[in-house]
Design a protein around this ligand. Structure first.
Ligand code: BTN
Length: 314
């Protein structure tokens, strides 16, 4: 009901009388008034006058009812330790494909390779539960899928050339704007669930991060509407998800990749591979032509893009 009231208020462009709202929503005026009160306590500024209700402003929150069609799949937390932990519990309890955990901030956000993911308010933190009927070998494709979805969303909404660094960072002009973390559970050689965690530096400020990070706010010089970004991202994830085992997904990743055809150093556990990144395989591994001309594959690891003056083979 809150979603429908908001839609009616936003659609009216001005004032909407309680009577009109109750008629169009098929509910009593008392119920309209109760939901208006509830919206106000969620942070919506709704003015009421003898002419009716007027929406003055909406809070910058990712409240589930702001995402019609997804609201029943969203588990929303103003603050949480990590959306990954909540999603893992939900998945173990049988939560269905497409279940989402969304948080405004995280106390112990987790990054790849055991790192911390700083998660102040203003960012977007979510984990989506996927249940593809695939071999665990192909689970990394879910990461690639999410990375393609994020980069495509940023490109379409803001016209910024977001691209991808293997395995699954989204970059803007070489700086990281989004990180992706996957956790998989498999039974009898089939994926039972793969949870994809996505952290986007949206309205956070670059000074809140170390190193080579950026945020959409810093790039655009203004705050973005996080609701619009998340709604578009969810649409993209739904679309890309249907391509999970298709070659089209790999082609989209290749076309967005900032890593392919670059000289790279891949830090793999106990080793480093240096060479030219030439492709990814069907399981999402990076194929590198090493300095001695041999072909190497990296399944996990940290990727560093080397400068053009690198002495690796062409
Ligand atoms: C990386 O190291 O690049 C991956 C970062 C992933 C961060 C996201 S934020 C939402 C989800 N919850 C977490 O604790 N981590 C992931």
């Amino acid at each position: 009901m809150k979603a429908r009231i908001l839609e009616a208020l936003r659609g009216s462009g001005g004032c909407c009388s309680g009577q009109k709202l109750s008629l169009s929503l098929g509910t009593s005026r008392a119920s309209v008034s109760k939901h208006i009160q509830a919206l106000r306590s969620d942070g919506y500024l709704i003015e009421s006058s003898p002419r009716g209700y007027r929406l003055i402003s909406s809070p910058d929150l990712l409240l589930p009812y702001e995402f019609p069609g997804w609201e029943h799949r969203i588990h929303y937390f103003p603050e949480i330790d990590s959306t990954m932990d909540a999603a893992r519990e939900l998945a173990k309890q049988g939560a269905g494909e497409g279940t989402l955990v969304v948080a405004e901030s995280q106390r112990h956000g987790r990054g790849r390779l055991g790192r911390e993911w700083l998660s102040p308010r203003g960012g977007i933190y979510l984990t989506v539960i996927l249940r593809p009927r695939i071999s665990p070998v192909y689970a990394p494709r879910a990461n690639l899928m999410a990375a393609v979805a994020v980069a495509t969303t940023i490109r379409r909404l803001y016209g910024i050339e977001a691209d991808l660094k293997w395995p699954n960072d989204v970059l803007i002009a070489g700086a990281k704007v989004c990180g992706i973390l996957a956790e998989m559970h498999a039974e009898r050689d089939t994926v039972s669930f793969v949870n994809i965690g996505i952290g986007i530096n949206a309205n956070t400020s670059i000074s809140e991060f170390e190193g080579t990070a950026t945020s959409l706010k810093d790039v655009l010089g203004r705050e973005i509407c996080r609701r619009q970004l998340l709604a578009s991202l969810l649409t993209q994830i739904d679309r890309q998800h249907s391509l999970l085992m298709e070659e089209d997904l790999m082609d989209e990743w290749r076309s967005l990749s900032a890593t392919l055809n670059k000289d790279v150093r891949i830090m793999v556990p106990g080793d480093a591979i240096v060479g030219r990144a030439i492709d990814i395989d069907a399981a999402g591994a990076l194929i590198i032509k090493a300095q001695d001309g041999s072909l190497r594959k990296a399944v996990v690891g940290d990727c560093i893009h080397l400068t053009a003056r690198s002495t690796t083979p062409k």
